[in-house]
Design a protein around this ligand. Sequence first.
Ligand code: ASP
Length: 428
Amino acid sequence: MSSKDQKNGLYQKWKNIPLWKKIMTGMVLGLATGFTMGPDAVMFKPLGDLFLNAIKMLIVPLVFCSLVSGVTSMNDSSKMGRVALKSIALYLTTGAVAITIGLLIGNFFAPGEGMNLLAPVANEVKDSPSMIDTLVATIPANPIMSMAKGEILQIIVFALFVGIAISTLGKKAEPMKKLIESGAEIMYQLTGIVMSFAPIGIFGLMAAVAGQNGFDVLLPLAKVIGSVYFGCAFLVYGLYSIFLKANGLSPRKFMKATMNVQTVAFSTSSSSGTLPVSLQTGEKKLGLSKSICSFVMPLGATVNMNGTALYQGVCALFIAQAYGIDLSMADYVTIIFTSTLAAVGTAGVPGAGLIMLSLVLTSVGLPIEGVALIAAIDRILDMARTWVNVQGDVMVSTVIAKTEGELDKTIFDDDKAGESLKPQVATA
Ligand code: ASP
């Protein structure tokens, strides 16, 4: 075999390795390099900075386009008005509860406490505005300026207004709707391209962090994983069970019937990828009507990300603690608000929540460098949060079907219903 063939073979092998494994490899190599080289490993930091800049580059257009198309996709079906309102109300409420639990857990377990990382200078001196000022400033006087300055909260609010206007205009706004939808697709694609460089970026960042801080960084990361998994289990087994019980449905039966959905969500880390399985399970094993499934579930896969919201709460606090930055009450409110809406704008694909995390950090002036620490373990966190996201979609669909009289209780109660179903393999 010629050396060219050999190179091609190696390249193909590398290409076939899933991204998360490459990222983990980047992290491990970065850590090893940092631990052995010590402070000199900072020479690799520019690799990480390139990656961080690429993520920052995505934020404004990605948030704007995906949020506008998230809102416009909700209004596609006018006859489903009531169901749509109910779904949105439930999705937003569970999202806000999830992020609040995330913040509580982040405070309680304090995974970043004592890390004493050095914050970049710009973030060290930060006056927190009062709550009233924050609220008043959420409406951007000049949306273009907000975009230029990267003011995320203001961009989100503007996007919501634009989305609502497009939906209420109907036909006249169709070209703009299509344009923004296509813009969102382009930004998702670009996200994929940027993420393919993550292993190199993470290598550079981890080498620098490990070189400067030694072994002190490992334990806190393990604590972040523990905190996010604890919170996710709490949402699925606690919060979701309460909603089901309140509607006279057995959480045990629900968990059993959704086993396929849960395993596919966990292993693919993709809400969209799991959608075919959720739809099938909803109809055949939970007894939901086709119309409820086909409207509420896809909507949920796009806008409902409770696991992602929880993760953002834990991670924002972890990063604040790691850099020794105190957050004010107004910052907490901003995090709850931004994360709930960021969840709407998060695409149901692997790793999307990480990009949105940088948005939440920016909204309260936390150092975006923190994303690198999380990125290293993101796939592990992604599996759990996608599990919560998808279970949330199915739970809300079940509750809505029940209240609309569109749930066949005999199927729901029958442990053997749909047993002949083969698990579908979703492509993420
Ligand atoms: N992977 C998640 C999902 O598909 C989104 C995220 O990255 O938070 O639901």
